[in-house]
Design a protein around this ligand. Structure first.
Ligand SMILES: Cc1cc2nc3c(=O)[nH]c(=O)nc-3n(C[C@H](O)[C@H](O)[C@H](O)COP(=O)(O)OP(=O)(O)OC[C@H]3O[C@@H](n4cnc5c(N)ncnc54)[C@H](O)[C@@H]3O)c2cc1C
Length: 435
């Protein structure tokens, strides 16, 4: 019987298969940059090729791990020498943009940045945005139901998906390429695959819903003296700015101080001496009214003293400089144990204080840094410590996840489960759900 790699070679050609040194020269993920261990990395270009490959692998009992941009932070793309990695890197075509219907049809391997840029070129807006935009692929985004910095306004990527095409493990192609906002013609099958991290099928093509391109864009960085003020700022921003509010990012001082000078390399436009910093962002289509509403909201917050200090960006470069502080995460992602949890907004600081105390009691050199999309209930916690062993990971995981129980918190807000969080699923899911 012909081997599986020979069969795949007949389907996609030898130039689209990497084995041996060529495979090992690829990195296994964004975080560690370790070499890839896989039987092969294969790069189909069409849905039909994916379907033929899956059919053949099914018959051979060959395991497949889908590769997007490999930026997931939960060990979702781990492969061993027995797995074949199916990379979507050559399925990178933007097939169509419908400027009347506000849709974009793409193959799964288009990078998020390319999708955003193409929408903008057509005068439309692709609302999802995350720091890994240059590397991650929209298929990976949909497979993880990614969130990001605009969820408070636009929802998770699930809310931007109108249609999907999926190849099942046996090669069956499920064509759910819906283009309509309304389509109740039976089960909404796509919802099963969104966020399923490749376990239920391979996403090959996607129809995204696009938005109107905003013509106003305001960003401010404010500082607060305590967490109660942070919550008041959120409540005020929601009430005063309504649907224009599209970003609300909080940085605890243990994150902020490491990023800005003198400890970090970036410049802070306000004094780096406060316990909390918040980025507030709005987008809209009425520049004069939007700018006025934004400025007057901030002035009111200053006058009512729920904000201790603050600055409004006056140019694109000032906006970028403020966001750069929040996106300067490499040090807390690459060199740390990284967590991504959801819990009630009012309890987030109590939780951060609790885990900091518990971890400090067990690990003398531990530094905890907290930041995240507070308006979406989601905070990221990074724990930095010299010892990166698995035993150390388990100890820290226990503190992070057990402390979520009183709040019925979520062990994964937006990054997914991967292999990393599988054993902790019972913190957030009932036995019946898991069964
Ligand atoms: C700097 C940085 C910032 C980040 N910020 C955010 C953030 O704000 N919000 C957020 O949600 N995430 C964030 N992430 C995590 C990550 O970027 C997202 O999870 C992203 O959606 C993963 O996309 P990817 O293409 O890299 O997928 P990969 O990492 O390649 O894959 C993710 C999972 O999906 C599977 N998969 C990939 N492609 C397909 C496909 N076509 N069909 C079926 N299964 C597939 C993989 O097997 C894996 O299980 C961040 C990561 C980094 C490094």
């Amino acid at each position: 019987m012909q081997g599986i790699l020979e069969t795949i070679e007949q389907i996609i050609g030898q130039s689209n298969i990497l084995t041996g040194d060529a495979c090992a020269a690829r990195r296994s993920d964004w975080e560690t940059h370790q070499p890839c261990h896989a039987r092969a990395i294969i790069c189909p270009t069409t849905t039909d090729q994916v379907a033929q490959i899956m059919r053949a692998c099914h018959q051979h009992g060959q395991t497949i791990v889908p590769y997007g941009g490999l930026t997931n932070l939960v060990r979702g793309c781990v492969t061993t020498e027995t797995n074949i990695a199916l990379s979507f890197e050559k399925m990178n075509q933007i097939e169509a943009v419908d400027i009347v219907g506000h849709t974009m049809t793409v193959q799964a391997g288009v990078t998020l940045l390319n999708a955003q840029q193409r929408a903008r070129q057509e005068g439309l807006f692709f609302p999802m945005d995350i720091g890994a935009r240059d590397n991650c692929m929209v298929g990976g985004n949909v497979s993880t139901n990614a969130g990001g910095t605009k969820v408070i306004r636009h929802g998770m990527i699930r809310d931007s998906v109108l249609g999907l095409e999926v190849v099942l493990a046996d090669g069956t192609v499920i064509d759910s390429m819906n283009y309509f906002l309304k389509n109740n013609s039976g089960f909404d099958l796509k919802q099963m695959f969104i966020g399923s991290e490749g376990v239920l099928g391979l996403i090959t093509r996607i129809v995204f819903r696009l938005d109107v391109l905003p013509s106003s864009h305001n960003v401010a960085l404010v500082a607060c003296n305590d967490y109660e003020q942070v919550v008041k700022v959120l409540v005020n921003a929601r009430q005063r700015l309504g649907n224009g509010l599209c970003g609300f990012e909080v940085m605890w001082d243990n994150f902020f101080h490491e990023v800005v000078k003198p400890l970090g390399k970036l410049s802070s436009p306000i004094a780096p001496e406060y316990p909390f910093y918040v980025i507030i962002e709005t987008m809209g289509t009425q520049p004069v009214a939007d700018n006025e509403a934004f400025e007057s909201t901030l002035i009111e917050m200053m006058e009512s003293q729920i904000v201790a200090d603050g600055v409004v960006a006056k140019s694109d470069s000032e906006r970028d400089a403020i966001w750069a502080i929040r996106h300067e995460v490499e040090w807390v992602v690459r060199d740390a144990f990284v967590f991504d949890v959801s819990l009630p907004i009012a309890s987030a600081n109590e939780y951060v204080q609790a885990i900091t105390t518990r971890i400090a009691a067990d690990i003398a050199d531990a530094r905890v840094a907290a930041f995240g999309h507070l308006g979406d209930n989601n905070i990221h916690v990074s724990v930095l410590t010299e010892d990166r062993s698995e035993a150390r990971r388990e100890l820290i995981e226990r503190h992070i996840y057990e402390a979520l129980r009183p709040y019925r918190g979520a062990i994964s807000a937006e990054h997914g489960i991967g292999l990393e969080k599988r054993d902790w699923l019972q913190v957030s899911r009932t036995d019946a759900e898991i069964e």
